[in-house]
Write a protein that binds this ligand. Structure first.
Ligand code: G3I
Length: 456
């Protein structure tokens, strides 16, 4: 593993404030003088014989996104690029571009690739789902798909999520194209075909809501036991872990342990912890506790070999579009500042020097006066137990507001996006001090307070 890479994430100082007239929460990231030498998550994980993974989008693997993906993680999972609908949108016509790109990036950064996923009820091409197939045809299609995709990447994929989400919540088999057409043995056959195409790849069944001991995870447990008894190749189970704030199952470690005791590896494959927006410091602290608990449970069981987050930045998460009003589910914010969750993973992996400072810089957005079609707003930044050397506040005007003038900051508006950087004379906010800037704008209909991100 390459340990020479260095990513030095800025510390996150989160705050939630109340103001005079109308106030928004500002998440504040600032650089502190006492910046600890953070060990990349991948190196901390390696000390436990684990890999630290993230789902990625191939087109984003440049700039800061690429730097962090390469430096912090030792395994990549293509979030969408290896799904059947992505690789064979038209029957017999393949598009491997994004999958190839991710594999190449991983190889260049000494990373594993987790293949995701071969057999699923979702994100299949329409020619497949709209077709009328006999059982024999369906079986041949599936075998060819697995042989083609696994064969293409033979030797380059550490583990495959061969079968994804086969169960209902009550532990019965999910009715899918595969189960309905082929019966439950589509799972055993898929595993067998995958093993034939790449004998070295670890083969997994992956599902959600199987993190704790419950009917669904017990069905998975029973299936794995029976597959092993039959000699079907099965190397591990993937616990997706799409969690809700404050709801890490109490039986997570016990559940991981029972699979380990069955003789298979366990991977946390898609960890995220979603919260109702906007985020605030209390929610981010709870989220950190949740990430820490999941990390600790995996660390505690030797056969828990992979801890993968489903996107590492809030700008690349499936949550916001799938659960309107929810988000902020990943360890880095949308500006790539590490959140308390990042430090919690680090601590859970044994990183000792990365606890974020207990002090904070807080900020208020207030509409201080409003008339006919105009208004005056003010943002005040105050620091206690922390300091900032520069800052940049940005937000989205969601109701057509338009900035007309600003003072004590340099503000620009592009479409609905507003960005205000410190002036030459007020970038520094000392411990115990505060800085304000103001602006005039126009509004019509309503003038709601936006959520503001405030980064150094
Ligand atoms: O690629 C198209 C793009 O061309 C189009 O403009 C855009 C407009 O909607 O859609 C794009 O496709 C989207 C695709 O993600 C790529 O961004 C699909 O609409 C969207 O449905 C798809 O969502 C993916 C989701 O699986 C589908 O169920 C998420 O990104 C992906 O993170 C998510 O991942 C799944 C795991 O595979 C299995 N476990 C659950 C997890 C979360 O749902």
């Amino acid at each position: 593993m390459n340990t020479s890479r260095s990513a030095r994430p800025r510390r996150l100082l989160a705050a939630f404030c109340a103001g005079i007239t109308a106030v928004a929460a500002l998440l504040i990231a600032g650089t502190t003088a006492a910046h600890a030498a953070d060990t990349p998550l991948r190196d901390l994980a390696a000390a436990h014989g684990m890999v630290m993974g993230t789902a990625v989008t191939g087109s984003k693997l440049t700039g800061t996104y690429g730097d962090l993906a390469g430096a912090q993680f030792s395994a990549l999972t293509p979030g969408n690029a290896m799904k059947w609908g992505s690789v064979e949108p038209t029957q017999g016509s393949f598009n491997w571009a994004e999958a190839d790109q991710i594999v190449a990036f991983a190889q260049a950064h000494d990373q594993q690739v987790r293949g995701h996923t071969l057999v699923w009820h979702s994100q299949n091409p329409s020619w497949l789902t709209n077709g009328t197939w006999t059982s024999a045809q369906l079986s041949t299609l599936l075998q060819n798909h697995i042989s083609t995709e696994v064969g293409r990447y033979q030797g380059k994929i550490a583990a495959w999520d061969v079968v994804n989400e086969p169960f209902n919540e009550d532990g019965t088999y999910r009715s899918t194209l595969w189960y309905d057409g082929l019966g439950a043995d589509y799972i055993a056959n898929a595993l067998t075909w995958a093993r034939a195409a790449d004998p070295a790849a670890k083969l997994y069944i992956n599902d959600y809501n199987v993190e704790g001991v419950n009917a669904k995870s017990t069905a998975l447990y029973d299936l794995v036991r029976s597959l092993k008894a039959r000699g079907v190749p099965i190397d591990g189970v993937g616990l997706q872990a799409h969690l809700i704030l404050g709801q890490v199952p109490a039986t997570l470690q016990q559940n991981i342990q029972r699979f380990a005791d069955l003789g298979v590896d366990v991977a946390i494959t898609e960890l995220d912890v979603r919260m109702a927006l906007p985020a605030d410091s209390a929610k981010l602290a709870q989220q950190a506790a949740d990430y820490r608990a999941v990390t600790a449970a995996c660390v505690a069981v030797a056969r828990c070999v992979n801890l993968t987050v489903w996107g590492f930045t809030d700008s690349d998460s499936w949550v916001d579009s799938t659960f309107p009003g929810y988000g902020a589910a990943t360890p880095y914010d949308a500006d790539y500042a590490p959140k308390p969750a990042y430090y919690a993973i680090s601590e859970g992996l044994g990183g000792g020097t990365t606890t974020p400072p207990t002090g904070a810089c807080t900020a208020t957005y207030a509409v201080s006066s409003q008339w006919g079609s105009g208004f005056t707003g003010q943002v005040t930044v105050s620091c206690a137990g922390a300091s900032l050397s520069s800052w940049n506040a940005h937000w989205t005007f969601g109701a057509g507001q338009q900035l007309t003038q600003a003072w004590n900051a340099t503000c620009t508006q592009s479409g609905t996006a507003v960005s205000c950087a410190n002036a030459s004379y007020n970038g520094s906010v000392p411990d115990g001090g505060s800085v304000s800037f103001g602006f005039n704008g126009t509004w019509s209909g309503s003038n709601p307070v936006p959520a503001v991100t405030f980064a150094s």
